[in-house]
Design a protein around this ligand. Structure first.
Ligand code: G6P
Length: 364
C-alpha cells in the first residue's frame, strides 16, 4: 500500500505523531502479558558479552541500550559504528551475542559487520524495521520493531521502536541472568507500558517547540547535553538537527563540557539540556550552571520536579511528563525530534529529503 502524508505537511511530522500508536503496537507484541514475548532460544544466561553494532540513529539506539543491558542485566556491552567495527578485527568471545540494529536492514556496513560475527558468536540477532531485509535474513534471530514504513530520511519512529525492543531484550537478559528480581522486572514492564500515554501527553502541545525553533533557526552552533542514558540521546538530538536544519550541532556528555566545548559558549550559543529529574539530575544542573555563567542560552527539558528545582535563569524550558527512570530516552526523543523538525521548517529546508543524505546507505 502506498504510504500517504495523511494531512501532515511532511512525512517526518506524521511519523513523529505516530509514535504513541506504533510504540503501543510493539509493546502489545513484545510485552503481551506478564512475560516478554521473545524466542526461548535467546537465552542471555552465561554470556560474557553483548556486542551492538549499527550506523546513524540506530547506533545511538545501541548506545542508549548499553546503559540498560549493563544496569538491568549486568551484561558487559561493546558498542561500535559498523564502518569501524568491520575493519578493526575486534576479538569477540564465543560466549556472546552480536546484535545489529537497522531500520532498513540493508545498510552495507552493518551487513558486513554481521557477516564478520557470524562464525564467531553464539548468536547473531537483528533488530530491524524491514522484516524481509538482508540483515533480517542473515541473522540467526530477527526481531521486527513494528514501526511501519518510515519515509522521512531522518529516522524518528524507528528510533523509539528500536529502543523499545532493546529495552525488552535488556529486561529478558536481566531475568535470564538473575540480575533482576521478579518485582523489579514487573515494575520495569509497567514503566514501558506507560510510555504511549506519556508520549501522547508530550506531543499534546508542540506550540511552544515551534516558538523556540524560530530562535534556534538563527543559531550557528547548538549544543545538546545529557548524562547517563540521556547522553546518547543528546547525540541523537544533535544528529537530527544537523540532518534536516543544516545547523552545526553537537551532543556532549554533560561532564565532558569542561574538557573542551565550554570554550564555544557565549550569548549566541543555545544549549539544550536533556535532564529528567533522575539520580544524575543535580550533576547535570551543575554543568548547566557553568554554561549559564558564560551566558549560554539554556533550554532546559525536564519534568515538573526538575523545572521547579533548576529553571531559574534559563532562556527557556520544555515541560515533560515524569517518566520511569531508565526509559526516559524513549520519551525525551520526542522533543528532540520536534525541535529539529520545527527548526528545519523555520529555515525552509527540505525536511523529508535533506540534501546529500539517503534513507538507506546500501553501498560503502
Ligand atoms: C542513513 C539514514 C539514517 C539511518 C542510517 C542507518 O544514514 O539517513 O537515518 O539512521 O542510515 O540506517 P539503517 O537503515 O541501518 O537504520
Amino acid at each position: 500500500a502506498r504510504v500517504e502524508k495523511a494531512g501532515y505537511k511532511h512525512f517526518m511530522a506524521k511519523e513523529i505523531a505516530e509514535q504513541p500508536v506504533v510504540l503501543g503496537d510493539a509493546l502489545a507484541h513484545y510485552l503481551p502479558g506478564d512475560t516478554v514475548n521473545l524466542p526461548e532460544t535467546l537465552d542471555f544466561s552465561g554470556l560474557e558479552r553483548l556486542t551492538l553494532v549499527a550506523c546513524g540513529t540506530a547506533f545511538y539506539a545501541c548506545s542508549v541500550a548499553k546503559y540498560w543491558f549493563e544496569t538491568l542485566a549486568g551484561l558487559p556491552c561493546e558498542i561500535d559504528v559498523a564502518s569501524e567495527f568491520r575493519y578493526r578485527e575486534p576479538p569477540i568471545p564465543a560466549k556472546s551475542f552480536a546484535l545489529f540494529v537497522s531500520q532498513s536492514g540493508e545498510t552495507a556496513d552493518t551487513l558486513a559487520a554481521l557477516r564478520y560475527c557470524r562464525e564467531k558468536v553464539a548468536k547473531t540477532v537483528a533488530v530491524v524495521n524491514v522484516a524481509t531485509s538482508s540483515i533480517a535474513r542473515e541473522a540467526d534471530v530477527a526481531l521486527p520493531i513494528l514501526a511501519g514504513v518510515e519515509v522521512g530520511v531522518a529516522s524518528t519512529k524507528a528510533f523509539t521502536c528500536q529502543l523499545l525492543v532493546l529495552a525488552t531484550l535488556a529486561l529478558k537478559a536481566g531475568r535470564d541472568r538473575g540480575h533482576l528480581s521478579a518485582e523489579a522486572f514487573a515494575a520495569h514492564v509497567a514503566g514501558l507500558r506507560s510510555l504511549p500515554g506519556l508520549m501522547n501527553a508530550a506531543l499534546a502541545g508542540d506550540g511552544p517547540v515551534a516558538a523556540l525553533a524560530e530562535r534556534l533557526a538563527e543559531a550557528q552552533d547548538i549544543l545538546f547535553l545529557g548524562r547517563g542514558p540521556m547522553f546518547p540521546l543528546a547525540l541523537e538530538g544533535a544528529l537530527k538537527l544537523k540532518e534536516i536544519s543544516y545547523i552545526h550541532a553537537e551532543g556532549y556528555a554533560s561532564g565532558e563540557l569542561k574538557h573542551g566545548p565550554i570554550a564555544l559558549i557565549d550569548r549566541s550559543v543555545p544549549v539544550i539540556v536533556l535532564a529528567p529529574h533522575d539520580r544524575l539530575f543535580d550533576k547535570t544542573v551543575s554543568n548547566m550552571q557553568e554554561v549559564m555563567a558564560r551566558h549560554g542560552q539554556v533550554l532546559l527539558i525536564s519534568d515538573a520536579k526538575g523545572l521547579a528545582a533548576a529553571a531559574e535563569g534559563v532562556w527557556a524550558t520544555l515541560k515533560m511528563p515524569e517518566v520511569p527512570e531508565p526509559f526516559a530516552p524513549i520519551l525525551y526523543a520526542l522533543p528532540a525530534q520536534l525541535l529539529a523538525y520545527h527548526t528545519a521548517v523555520a529555515k525552509g529546508t527540505d525536511v523529508d529529503q535533506p540534501r546529500n543524505l539517503a534513507k538507506s546507505v546500501t553501498v560503502e
